[in-house]
Design a protein around this ligand. Structure first.
Ligand code: PRX
Length: 649
């Protein structure tokens, strides 16, 4: 057996022995008494009885050996700001925020909602929450008010941390009005809103509720707040993600399992060199650059927790991949940061590379990339032309990896930390990651399929450490959503199709449900449909994800109007299309806005009334819609074809 197979087998055949050893990588205040408690399967708990603290492991622990080493490099090409923080600085800043939260009455188990742009304060605040045992819930900055309101009502935060504004391509996006509107809509009232003033947009303060971040920071400037030791399975955070229904799911992560899994992911996948004492010869440290956002799972894991847990420096970047510090176009900005800060491993989404692909490739070779070991890409399918283009352009291994908000770290990946000779294969995110018992099940029979046969990708229980523990406040929803494929609830469904080749490389073939992926962001088509149906002129609608060269997929909507008079002329149609788009913008944000809204007289449904979304999607992509034996009205797809217009050459 090769080395990878041997270690992988050990991890899944003897999970308790495997994870007991991995758990030694973090500090425990009290040791755990059981590695795994599976008594209430599929709800499982890792490192039972052990007490630990994420912030202690990410910050305090390093003070003895790295207090003057850089922990955080912050670069914003939006505001032209660049700052570095040592582990000592980080410790001080985190304590200040922790003290201000404690003073506002936040305690163990309370929720703190962050609605912040990419600023260092966001990272300090996340760590401050985990320090005092509070549960953070980061909502992507700039998210639409109604989406924010549903998250406020679900998480019921004691305190909300926000800012005057974010900035995108030099354009200021005021957050405060969006937050105020969300708080109007929400039933829950936080006791305090702390506002960071970046000097980007003016803010009106609500007396008695809103306070200034900088004032509180000054008040608690010299504060020291002890870490609260949590039992391993106590929650560290809630992160909302889209599913098949319009109601977002709060993915709940534990504390101990999360820390252990993230360190393992660095060791086996992202930066094995960091574990044999290798440091960059110029910087004297290891530096990780996840070009993502703290509002997404990649940001939580690979901007904040994993690099800091491993004593590395993390580069946090606010801005576009094609815009420089002076606000001028610069498609080489990322590579200049890699060169200047001696980045050793970098992580982003394929969509960003497709943006760069439209630029002059000479930017890829203008900078010294000698520090960089590999570029990791995840979040959506990595098409082969894009992978080859960037691999040739920067001359580094391009390592695709597959995972979900729910799993919290990769399920499929090349694992150079296990076997340095493990080669990536174009089109495949790699092989099952240690700890994940992955299987492919036949859609109809649920039997396991062999090599080269498509199946639903599932994880056999127990989920390894670091995966979601439950849906926040709703164990039943967790079990019913993810564990209902087999009657005995023994497998977690990823809702992705997969296939495995003869050499054990796995490939992802798209979602089995109604979730689409727009520029690496996950959206439920049902959410968009619900939003469109909110427009008074719309009777019914269906939204599908259609292949797009840049964004991977874009939403396309088909709608039936209540009164045909409303779309009597081409101008009427155009106006209504614009109104529908604006409706989606308001409730879900511009990311979810359909690229087109086509008005049709009927929609393709089965005789039992189920929308034939896959057929609709096939027609949009110019593919054969497949077996239509169950379609109620065969002319429906004809109307769709007419609405789409003639195919372009
Ligand atoms: O469909 C899969 C796709 O993105 C989904 C998860 O999205 P999200 O929860 O936002 O987590 C992103 C964490 C990286 C998956 O169910 N997906 C993710 N990575 C890949 C992928 N599809 C193909 N290849 C990937 N590498």
């Amino acid at each position: 057996m090769d080395r990878y197979s041997e270690i992988y087998r050990h991890s899944v055949d003897e999970p308790e022995s495997f994870w007991r050893a991995e758990a030694a990588a973090i500090d425990w205040q009290a040791p755990f008494t059981r590695v795994l408690d599976d008594d209430a399967a599929p709800l499982s708990r890792w490192f039972v009885g052990g007490t630990t603290n994420l912030c202690h492991n990410a910050v305090d622990r390093h003070l003895a050996t790295r207090s003057s080493q850089v922990a955080l490099i912050y670069v914003s090409t939006e505001t032209g700001i660049e700052r570095t923080y040592t582990y000592r600085d980080l410790f001080d800043e985190v304590n200040r925020v922790a003290a201000m939260l404690v003073a506002e009455g936040v305690g163990r188990g309370d929720r703190v909602l962050l609605y912040l742009p990419m600023v260092p304060e966001a990272l300090f605040a996340m760590l401050a929450c985990t320090r005092i045992g509070a549960i953070h819930s980061v909502v992507f900055g700039g998210f639409a008010s109604s989406s924010l309101a549903t998250r406020i009502d679900d998480a019921r935060p004691t305190v909300i941390l926000s800012a005057d504004a974010g900035s995108r391509a030099g354009r200021v996006v005021p957050y405060k009005p969006l937050l105020d509107a969300a708080l109007e809509l929400a039933g829950h009232r936080p006791s305090r809103v702390v506002l960071l003033d970046r000097g980007l947009a003016s803010m009106t303060r609500v007396d008695g509720r809103d306070v200034d971040w900088a004032t509180l920071r000054d008040e608690h400037f010299d504060a020291r707040v002890p870490c609260v030791w949590l039992e391993s399975s106590e929650p560290s955070y809630i992160l909302y993600t889209s599913g098949t229904t319009g109601i977002p799911k709060g993915v709940q992560r534990d504390t101990g399992g999360h820390a252990v899994a993230l360190v393992a992911s660095m060791r086996y996948i992202f930066d094995p060199a960091a574990f044999d004492g290798t440091v960059d010869p110029v910087s004297g440290r290891r530096t990780f650059f996840a070009a993502s956002d703290i509002g997404w799972v990649v940001g939580h894991c690979y901007i904040v927790y994993a690099p800091l847990l491993c004593g590395m420096a993390s580069l946090m970047y606010e801005g576009l991949p094609i815009r420089g510090m002076d606000g001028e176009a610069d498609p080489g900005i990322w590579w200049s940061l890699v060169a200047r800060h001696r980045v050793n491993a970098m992580f982003t989404a394929p969509t960003a590379i497709r943006v760069l692909k439209k630029q002059d490739p000479s930017h890829l070779t203008r900078h010294d990339l000698s520090s960089l070991d590999a570029l990791f890409l995840a979040g959506e399918p990595l098409d082969e032309p894009t992978a080859r283009w960037i691999a040739e352009g920067i001359g580094k291994p391009i390592l695709d990896n597959y995972w979900q908000t729910e799993t919290g770290w990769p399920m499929l990946s090349t694992q150079r930390g296990i076997d340095p000779s493990m080669e990536p294969r174009f089109g495949s995110p790699g092989k099952p990651v240690v700890g994940f018992r992955l299987k492919l099940l036949d859609e109809a029979s649920n039997a396991e399929v062999g090599a080269n046969r498509k199946g639903v990708l599932v994880i056999e229980a127990p989920l390894p450490p670091g995966c979601m523990s439950t849906v926040w406040g709703d164990d039943r929803r967790f079990v019913e959503t993810y564990w209902s494929l087999l009657a005995d609830r023994s497998v977690y469904s990823t809702f992705d199709w997969g296939i495995r080749d003869d050499d054990g490389y796995w490939f992802i073939l798209g979602r089995t449900d109604d979730v689409i992926n727009v520029a690496g962001h996950r959206l439920g088509t049902r959410e968009i449909e619900e939003s469109i149906s909110g427009h008074a002129a719309i009777a019914e609608t269906a939204v599908v994800g259609v292949a797009d060269a840049l964004k991977g997929q874009v939403p396309i909507a088909f709608a039936i109007v209540r009164d045909p008079v409303s779309i009597a002329t081409p101008a009427d149609r155009l106006r209504l299309e614009g109104e529908v788009m604006a409706t989606v913008d308001r409730s879900l944000g511009a990311l979810a806005r359909p690229a087109r809204v086509h008005f049709v007289p009927t929609l393709p449904k089965t005789r039992s009334g189920k929308m034939l979304r896959r057929a609709l999607q096939a027609v949009c992509e110019g593919r054969d819609p497949g077996d239509l034996a169950t379609i109620e009205d065969p002319t429906a797809l004809e109307h769709v074809r007419i609405a789409l217009g003639p195919p372009f050459p």
